[in-house]
Design a protein around this ligand. Structure first.
Ligand code: MLT
Length: 261
């Protein structure tokens, strides 16, 4: 799909046919993190895996706010037939929750994948500042090893081809885009109060070894959203869509098939 976004053409990668499902990536990544999951989902759905501004197929300079990323997603949703499924991974979940604050806007079912509703605490904000300083002086390479260790469960860290694919995605991100993501996440508001008002079928997924969005937070989110279900992804850290694409695709496929039919 081609979208005209703030005067620039943006290509949105898509595959398959059926009800639309939009997959939103996390930090410091791009839409390719969803490739394995997207391939499986594409047997039942029209799957879109956009790159948020500042990366890949989306050259528009990023603006450093979750709201500006949500504006971009809203533009995509405005071009596809409702109801669509929306799955937000981690930072993509922060963007999805921001969209939900604006209303369902064509979304018929929501998946929150390894994400959190709370804002950064002071230690979290200090960590963002340190990462911004590191990226300004050393680019993506300065954060790559640390992020790989954070994103993956120790067992997944032994999978050389997974680590290599992940490193390639991180290293191709521009320093200004990484800084935009960090600024956006540092300044994001708390969305906890929104959860009880989400009136869409919702599923919450989390890796059982996720240290960035611990499973207990996912369970608490699911408990706060009326009717939501929590699914634990076994033998996975934070990056469930790349570590366990089969389990994530199976959970999303059954959920979206039931919720969008
Ligand atoms: C992500 O995976 O998108 C980020 O690690 C989330 C975060 O740092 O809060």
């Amino acid at each position: 799909m081609r979208l005209d976004w703030k005067g620039q053409p943006v290509q949105i990668r898509e595959l398959g046919q059926g009800p639309a499902v939009v997959l939103v990536h996390g930090y410091p990544l791009d839409g390719a993190m969803w490739s394995g999951v997207a391939r499986t989902l594409s047997s039942r759905f029209r799957v879109l895996k956009p790159d948020l501004p500042g990366r890949g197929e989306n050259p528009r300079p990023p603006e450093g706010t979750i709201d500006s990323y949500a504006d971009f997603l809203q533009a995509i949703l405005g071009e596809i037939p409702p109801p669509a499924g929306l799955a937000g991974f981690s930072m993509g979940g922060y963007v999805s929750l921001t969209l939900m604050k604006r209303g369902p806007g064509g979304v018929g079912a929501l998946a929150l994948v390894d994400t959190r509703a709370g804002a950064d605490d002071e230690a979290g904000k200090a960590g963002r500042e340190a990462a911004i300083a590191a990226v300004r002086s050393g680019g993506a390479a300065a954060i790559a090893d640390g992020m790989i260790a954070w994103l993956l469960a120790p067992g997944s860290g032994q999978n050389a081809s997974l680590v290599e694919r992940l490193r390639r995605i991180i290293l191709r991100q521009k320093p200004e885009t990484i800084e935009s993501d960090l600024t956006a996440m540092r300044d994001r508001p708390d969305s906890t109060g929104l959860l009880s008002r989400i009136a869409l079928p919702t599923i919450v997924l989390a890796g059982d070894q996720d240290v960035i969005s611990p499973p207990a937070e996912g369970q608490a989110m699911a408990a706060a959203i009326p009717g939501a279900r929590f699914v634990s992804i076994p033998a996975s850290g934070h990056l469930t869509p790349m570590e366990r694409p089969g389990a994530v695709a199976a959970a999303l496929s059954d959920f979206f098939a039931a919720a969008l039919s």
